[in-house]
Design a protein around this ligand. Structure first.
Ligand SMILES: *Cc1c(COP(=O)(O)O)cnc(C)c1O
Length: 396
């Protein structure tokens, strides 16, 4: 009954943990939710007002499929200013969130037999979006000791005549680490030599700490810019996850194809949300740095506290709002007759016994880790850490 393509994909595991936590909450349990993948802040006021104005002005009809000119121009200004990338309107398509942008790219570029290289730990939707387009995800390991940056020699080993693209995500969800300029240069060189497209998911670029800098791989040379599709959006930087605005920038022909695909599937992103996005991109950016500062404070606290727990070791990530502690030293420990043998075992134990929801590393293709989101209050962080620490003390 169901098409074979659709049987290959699974529901997003991060959303699955989130919904289990919500079920327990609905039963009246006081669950601390470290599973969330969205900022806990409210959308800034001036952005909401722009949307209200759009409604009142009657800006409530279909727009051009790939986004209104005003928003494309605001995106072009942003890419020029922040990333030193120069594009024209033909190089930009606005979609219903960065996830939708990524999906349109997969539809435009991938076909049966194409291999798409995905470094793990990866964001959960990359492999499934590849599978939905009959292509083959090729998962490549990265290592904690390299801050989870893809090693050039490991990348080279995985390249075949069928390799079509490489998906990069910096800052990374789930690890919080970022690629250095040198690492990006080495990857760009390999990509050009083997004619690989690079899909660069830069959705967390505004959430970077310790004066580190975000670098878009597309900005390294004109040649690599031609082969890169930059993906970004408003969800994480402006606390606008529900508004569903993301965008892609790249080669005219790819962008045109993505726009055509969009014209036959979703049509334009919401007119009102597009006006809000213009206000976000062109308005005062203090709201972004205020949220960034708060995230940084939480990160510092969380990493310090996690490293106090026996069996847990946590490197200081440089961006996004996740930490990705190594919990492999806990494997083999017991509670009653149950042995903790995987990150999933640990996550279930912590949810059921400590009422702390978090996502096992295995959901991101990386066993031996858990992902903790700090898109929640300091009070919740300290409550959750306390519970994790007490629950782990019970293991023998
Ligand atoms: C949140 C997220 C996205 C998607 O964000 P949208 O809300 O669809 O714009 C894409 N990539 C990563 C890595 C994310 O964490």
């Amino acid at each position: 009954m169901i098409a074979e393509r659709a049987t290959k994909v699974k529901p997003s595991p991060t959303l699955a943990v989130d919904s289990k936590a919500k079920q327990l909450k609905a039963k009246g349990m006081d669950v601390v939710n470290f599973g969330v993948g969205e900022p806990d802040f409210d959308t800034p006021e001036h952005i909401k007002e722009a949307a209200i104005k759009a409604i009142k002005d009657g800006f409530t009809k279909y727009t051009p499929v790939g986004g209104i000119d005003e928003l494309k121009e605001a995106i072009i200004e942003k890419l020029e200013k922040d990333n030193k990338l120069t594009y024209n309107k033909e190089n930009i398509v606005v979609s219903c969130g960065a996830k939708h942008s990524l999906y349109n790219i997969a539809q435009a570029l991938f076909g049966p037999g194409d291999e798409v290289i995905i470094p793990s730990p990866y964001w959960v939707s990359y492999p499934d979006q590849v599978l939905l387009n009959d292509a083959i995800p090729i998962i490549v390991n990265t290592y904690e000791e390299d801050e989870f940056m893809l090693r050039p020699e490991v990348l080279k080993e995985k390249i075949t005549s069928r390799s079509k693209a490489l998906i990069l995500n910096s800052p990374s969800n789930p690890t919080g680490f970022i690629y250095t300029e040198n690492a990006l240069k080495e990857i760009a060189e390999i990509a050009l030599k083997h004619n690989l497209y690079i899909i660069s998911d830069e959705i967390y670029e505004k959430l970077i700490y310790d004066n580190e800098k975000h670098i878009s791989i597309a900005s390294l040379s004109e040649e690599i810019k031609e082969k890169t599709i930059v993906v970004n959006g408003l969800s994480k930087a402006y606390a606008m996850t529900g508004w569903r605005i993301g965008y892609a920038a790249g080669h005219t022909e790819i962008i045109k194809t993505m726009t055509t695909i969009q014209s036959q599937s979703t049509s334009n992103p919401t007119s009102i949300a597009q006006k809000a996005a213009v206000a976000a991109l062109r308005g005062n950016q203090n709201c972004v740095s205020e949220m960034r500062k708060e995230f940084e404070k939480r990160r510092n606290f969380l990493v310090q506290e996690l490293n106090r727990i026996p069996g847990v070791s946590c490197k200081m990530p440089k961006g996004a709002f996740y930490v990705f502690p190594n919990i492999s030293n806990i494997f083999g420990k017991k509670i009653d007759k149950n042995i903790i043998n995987s990150s999933m075992d640990l996550s279930i134990y912590l949810l059921e016994k400590a009422l702390v929801a978090l996502v096992p590393g295995s959901a991101f293709g990386a066993e031996g880790y858990i992902r903790i989101s700090y898109a929640t209050s300091m009070e919740n962080l300290s409550k959750g850490i306390d519970r994790i620490s007490k629950a782990l003390e019970q293991l023998i």
